[in-house]
Design a protein around this ligand. Structure first.
Ligand code: ADP
Length: 249
């Protein structure tokens, strides 16, 4: 599902820098990042703490603006867009998954997943149908009416993934998505992300500290000290053991 060689990359970063603060306390977190990401890739972003991974993810997801450099999304210069236009691109094309799940407590899985569709102004019937489909896709059919407190960590992260994919994004950004989970649940989440990438063609960009989780990616990018120090295909990509998403909680 990757674009043919020569096709315009989905995302192009050119000389991206990010400086936090000003004057004597200014800190340059990104020092000139060049990165091309093609549709259908699954990129694991690795590197030591403080190397700029989260800063790069925030820039990639249009959550924060770089200090300088160029960002092209589908060939369009994002830095020339207004704040509203950038937000529209973000809502239309990106889904986000975080380490801490970030679900609304005392709100059912179904309603959590419907939330981005509420913002998008979808009618209730369509919201219900799309959210149910997304929950089924992450292996949570039958759990629609449970609240986060009634779900395990692995299930909560699946709800968060359902919420991220319900808008049918081109890109899923995941920042340490298995950071709060044990090994078994982590592997289940990675198998789910693998399926979304390979079977549905969603481009996945994931920050992780864990080589076992990065193993599911098709490409490994390593940040060191605010620059990309290594960037290579993953020759030994892991794949799911189970035939389909299993609800094991
Ligand atoms: P990583 O995700 O690789 O751990 P980050 O991108 O979070 O790295 O941070 C890179 C550097 O930028 C770190 O030294 C961090 O302290 C600094 N930094 C991150 N966010 C801010 C901020 N909002 N203000 C000031 N410094 C920041």
């Amino acid at each position: 599902m990757s674009n043919p060689p020569g096709a315009t990359p989905l995302i192009q970063l050119r000389g991206i820098t990010k400086v936090y603060g000003e004057g004597a306390t200014a800190f340059q977190a990104l020092k000139g990042v060049d990165l091309d990401i093609h549709q259908g890739e699954f990129v694991a972003i690795m590197g030591p703490s403080g190397s700029g991974k989260s800063t790069a993810m925030n820039a990639l997801g249009l959550l924060d603006t770089p200090s300088s450099g160029q960002y092209l999304f589908q060939g369009v210069h994002v830095e020339s867009l207004s704040r509203d236009e950038r937000a529209r691109v973000r809502r239309r094309y990106f889904g986000f998954v975080f380490q801490g799940f970030n679900l609304l407590a005392r709100t059912s899985a179904q309603e959590n997943v419907e939330l981005p569709l509420v913002y998008r102004g979808e009618p209730a019937a369509k919201r219900r149908q799309m959210a149910a489909g997304a929950l089924e896709a992450v292996g949570l059919k039958g759990w629609e009416h449970h609240t986060p407190g009634e779900l395990s960590g692995g299930q909560q992260q699946r709800v968060a993934i359902a919420r991220a994919i319900v808008t049918e994004p081109a890109v899923l950004l995941a920042d340490e998505p298995t950071g709060n989970l044990d090994t078994k649940r982590s592997e289940e989440i990675m198998e789910l992300l693998w399926r979304l990438n390979v079977e549905q063609g969603i481009t996945v960009l994931m920050v992780t500290h864990e080589p076992d989780m990065a193993a599911y990616a098709s490409r490994l990018v390593r940040f060191v000290d605010g620059v990309v120090a290594n960037d290579a295909p993953n020759a030994n990509r892991a794949r799911p053991q189970a035939p389909a998403v299993q609800e094991a909680d």
